[in-house]
Design a protein around this ligand. Sequence first.
Ligand code: SAM
Length: 198
Amino acid sequence: MIRYKGLKIKTCNNVYIPAEDTFLLADNLIIRTGDKVLEIGTGTGLVAIYASKIAKDVVATDINPWAVKCAKDNVELNQIHNVKVRCGNLFFPLKNQKFDLILFNTPYLPTEEYEKIDDDLNAAWDGGADGRKIIDLFLENVKDHLKEDGRVQLVQSSLSNVEKTVNKLEDKGFETVITASKKLFFEEIIVITGYMKK
Ligand SMILES: C[S@@+](CC[C@H](N)C(=O)[O-])C[C@H]1O[C@@H](n2cnc3c(N)ncnc32)[C@H](O)[C@@H]1O
């Protein structure tokens, strides 16, 4: 069991255990009272549950069914009533909903074929050969799910080309800010915030 700012978060088999990247995102949320929030790749649900304390409502998704079950259990454990958890790939479970804030602690590690593991947990870090497989798919579609003055916050590593993410967001009409970063042993993890320009 992990304790984070008054929350109790149980960890689960086959689900990403909250780590430095999780806390870097949770500690640096740019969230407003009344926001409608989406968290993609919720894992244990820690970030979504923390966001729900300020947001009006939160939708949390994950492609890993073990994570979906784990996040649902943590929503119940913390007696939260404004978080819905859905299973599926990126934006697929959402139909036409639009959000004020979209969050994603991405699977950002460059991963070769031989490094993959035959387990649902592989999705937690496998970013393909250049670390950008999921990041690029996410960036391609994120704008379609944001309200007019929406924000996106994603976490990635210095190993998966931060500049490319910033350029892609700016090409899509976002103003970007590096909101937080933390140096780890062999990489730096970074929270990038994109604001939709009016
Ligand atoms: C680095 S982990 C972060 C988990 C959690 N948000 C946290 O910060 O502790 C990335 C999460 O994204 C999920 N994920 C990976 N690819 C996904 C996709 N295409 N659609 C939805 N979720 C995905 C993984 O299953 C994993 O739970």
